[in-house]
Write a new protein. Structure first.
Length: 283
């Protein structure tokens, strides 16, 4: 029976094992059963699923996942937490704990060992490394059905932002190229030990089978997008012209924008994903 969502049980584990919170790993342990239930519900976990959990910590969410999934693979970078996970997950024979850095792990190989079926990723991600983890999963073409993660509220807003908004940027476009983002819950700081200094949100990213736009060269498309937002207050022509790695003149960008029916003074924040793909093709 999952019991670590209850605050006093988590506190007891921390006290008994003399756990030192590792700020370098962004450790904030979830202590709200309602939030845990919401994450599991949003991820749509069933007995048919193999779940990859990133950063299980003390095993709080792992217990919930194990009671609903067919298999859970929990990847934890902090070796000091492994003995605790061995204790808290002892009742579950469908959990495998791996002490490794998720950014260096062969996740495609992990999926292939399990028949190649798409994984469901569930995680309470360290805020400082959210983007590299999520984009790494997408860019390495890991077979994924969905990613349901706890992230900083600001990052969740950026993931689902649209053109012309303050939150819209390179992360918005990158995530929306690979998946459909949806914020499913807001989580206040008092749901964690220790309390983070910012609000959090649970976001579900449902992987597209094929991207919503056709890019002739994904790498060039995202290089263009990054350059467009590196100097977001400048016109798009100036932003791209100021990126030496692209080798694109301002005049060339203006000509491409004219073909698209856009003014030469347009900024990157005004273009949607389809327009960026078209601009990339023209350039």
């Amino acid at each position: 029976m999952a019991n670590l969502g209850i605050p006093q049980n988590t506190i007891e584990i921390l006290r008994r094992h003399h756990v030192v919170i590792q700020k370098k790993y962004g450790q904030n342990f979830l202590i709200d059963t309602r939030v845990l239930d919401r994450i599991i519900q949003a991820a749509g976990i069933t007995r048919e699923d193999c779940v990859l959990e990133i950063g299980p910590g003390l095993g709080t969410m792992t217990q919930y996942l194990a009671e609903r999934a067919g298999e859970v693979v929990a990847v934890e970078i902090d070796r000091n937490l492994i003995p605790i996970l061995e204790e808290t997950l002892a009742p579950y024979d469908n959990v495998t704990v791996i002490n490794q850095d998720i950014l260096k792990m062969d996740i495609r190989g992990l999926a292939e060992e399990r028949g190649g079926r798409p994984l469901k990723v569930v995680a309470n991600l360290p805020y400082y490394i959210t983007t590299p983890i999520i984009m790494g999963l997408f860019e390495k073409n890991v077979p994924l059905e969905s990613i349901t993660v706890m992230v900083q509220r600001e990052v969740a807003d950026r993931m689902q932002a649209g053109p012309g908004t303050g939150d819209y940027g390179a992360l918005s476009l990158a995530v929306q190229y690979y998946a459909k983002p949806e914020i499913v819950a807001n989580v206040p700081p008092n749901c964690f030990i220790p309390r983070p200094g910012v609000g959090s949100a649970v976001v579900r990213l449902t992987r597209y089978h094929t991207p919503p736009v056709q890019a002739e060269d994904e790498e060039k498309l995202f290089s263009l997008i990054r350059a467009a937002f590196n100097q977001r207050r400048k016109t798009l022509a100036n932003s791209l012209g100021n990126a030496p790695e692209l080798g694109i003149s301002r005049e060339r960008t203006r000509q491409a924008l004219e073909k698209m029916g856009l003014p030469a003074t347009v900024r990157g924040e005004a273009l949607n994903l389809e327009q960026f793909a078209e601009l990339s093709r023209l350039l």
